[in-house]
Write a protein that binds this ligand. Structure first.
Ligand code: SF4
Length: 354
């Protein structure tokens, strides 16, 4: 199956293009104090290394807004300023060279202030993400629907979009975030039928690494399968590099990004004659330390039932049997290794391939 992506408008954020069938880009957000340029730039470097393509920083006050240019000078990916409540911070961040700003017009409120932001973004020629969030929906919309509903999130987004368009601004990316996965899926699906602005996907406040990853895979993954979404952020209560790890995995599983390791391992059962769980975990962990750029399918299988078949289908695979494993490369058996050597020998064979 090939995912048919919905065509959206093109929005340029620094060197990254969002929308118009460009690859789905991965974002994250720093959790350092933005006023601390050194720590923030160091974290962004770690994110870049992990595969982050766009990074957002919180701008809680003027001092943080004024550090944008210094941070930008030290990093290699576009920088997005995240602004709430105070429109002056958006103006300063744009003057400081932010590549994009993210605002929730609902929590800025005053239309005159929003118009000032629009004018500044036009003069700086940068896009704005309108981030509608279930936690800050307008009161009249909440009253209309009684609670946070997908239709309410969409109504709020369309209201903001109309206001921006009426003021001659079209360089927008939209997000509709709820911590409820089904509400998010419904809201993004509805909005994608009503406008062609690129959509930034995410499940907000998704939780810690385990639960947040599951919610994000389900929410973001379901939308991407249906062709919806142009850029994404996995939100986790975890170091931001983890968000990129999960985001990359989502894109790889859906064949929206053909790079790196596709790791296949069997769940083990009563037929398994080696201690496969620690073997598979060690191989997977060591693979993360290797710089695998091209797509590489790796299979680690527990016995001869499905083992040789899966191992042969992978670029490199191992099918285990009685206290040993048989290594296959591109479908050909290349060697047998004893159980205690499986991890080291298998990793060595992978290193030879990359
Ligand atoms: S490959 Fe073998 S050990 Fe693994 S789940 Fe299948 S039958 Fe069980």
């Amino acid at each position: 199956m090939i995912i048919k992506r919905k065509k959206t408008r093109e929005v340029r954020v620094g060197k990254v293009i969002i929308g118009n069938h460009s690859p789905v880009s991965l974002q994250s957000m720093t959790n350092t104090d933005t006023r601390d340029v050194k720590s923030t730039a160091a974290q962004i470097h770690r994110l870049e290394k992990a595969g982050c393509e766009l990074v957002r920083v919180a701008v809680p006050d003027e001092k943080a807004a004024r550090q944008i240019s210094y941070i930008k000078n030290k990093i290699n990916i576009p920088l997005i300023a995240d602004i709430h409540f105070n429109h002056q911070l958006a103006l300063i961040a744009m003057d400081q060279g932010a590549d994009k700003i993210r605002i929730n017009p609902g929590n800025i409120g005053d239309k005159k202030k929003i118009k000032e932001i629009i004018k500044k973004a036009q003069s700086c020629n940068i896009p704005i993400r309108i981030g509608v969030n279930s936690g800050s929906l307008e009161k009249d919309i909440l009253n209309k629907y009684g609670k946070v509903e997908a239709e309410g999130l969409v109504e709020s987004a369309l209201r903001h979009i109309s206001f921006f368009e009426d003021n001659g601004f079209f360089d927008m990316v939209i997000s509709l975030k709820s911590s409820d996965v089904l509400t998010s899926i419904e809201a993004y699906t509805l909005l994608s039928k009503k406008c062609d602005y690129p959509l930034h996907l995410g499940i907000t406040e998704a939780g810690t690494e385990f639960q947040g990853s599951i919610k994000s895979v389900l929410g973001i993954g379901s939308l991407l399968v249906n062709g919806i979404g142009d850029t994404l952020r996995v939100s986790l209560t975890a170091p931001p590099e983890k968000e990129i790890e999960v985001g990359k995995e989502i894109l790889k599983i859906l064949h929206l990004k053909e790079e790196g390791v596709d790791f296949v391992s069997c769940p083990t059962c009563g037929r398994c004659e080696v201690n496969l769980i620690p073997i598979a975990c060690k191989i997977e962990k060591q693979l993360k330390c290797l710089d695998v750029k091209k797509p590489l399918k790796v299979a680690v299988m527990g016995c001869v039932v499905n083992g040789p078949g899966e191992a042969k289908e992978a670029d490199i695979g191992i099918a285990c049997g009685k206290k040993q494993g048989i290594v296959f490369k591109k479908g050909r058996q290349i060697k047998k290794v004893a159980e205690n050597k499986i991890v080291s020998e298998f990793i060595n064979e992978i290193k030879k391939m990359i």
